[in-house]
Design a protein around this ligand. Structure first.
Ligand code: AMP
Ligand code: ZN
Length: 114
């Protein structure tokens, strides 16, 4: 997926402020942060969206949540609270077509979900 911006981040062809990585996932700061902490957690494998996630890949989501929880602790926002968001598809507000989870926190977030 050479035209996918997040695959290019995985490949190191586009720089990112990486906060964590292992064999399966990478986490980096969002280029346009919407909160003091705004980190994206993505699978290294190109999966276009939640809709495309197979049963065999579903455990990735749990792994992404565990990574996000650890990053929230590292960022010092675990106690105050934070939000994990996965946008899926056009009406779900997904712009980059490579599955990703937003970790948002560091301030009081909007009460309304949407
Ligand atoms: P979404 O609307 O859920 O698809 O969110 C995509 C997110 O990716 C947005 O918050 C963008 O600011 C972020 N983004 C796009 N390109 C980059 C990049 N090169 N590095 C870091 N974040 C990016
Ligand atoms: Zn991709």
């Amino acid at each position: 997926m050479t035209d996918c911006v997040f695959c290019q981040i995985v490949a190191g062809k586009i720089p990112s402020e990486t906060r964590y990585q292992d064999e399966d996932v990478i986490a980096f700061r969002d280029i346009n942060p919407l909160a003091p902490t705004h980190i994206l957690i993505i699978p290294k494998k190109h999966i276009p969206s939640l809709t495309h996630l197979t049963d065999a890949e579903a455990s990735l989501i749990g792994h992404m949540v565990r990574v996000a929880n650890q990053l929230a602790k590292d960022e010092g926002i675990a106690e105050g609270g934070y939000r994990l968001v996965i946008n899926s598809g056009e009406q779900g507000g997904q712009i980059v077509p490579h599955l990703h989870m937003h970790l948002l926190g560091g301030r009081r977030l909007a009460d309304r979900l949407c």
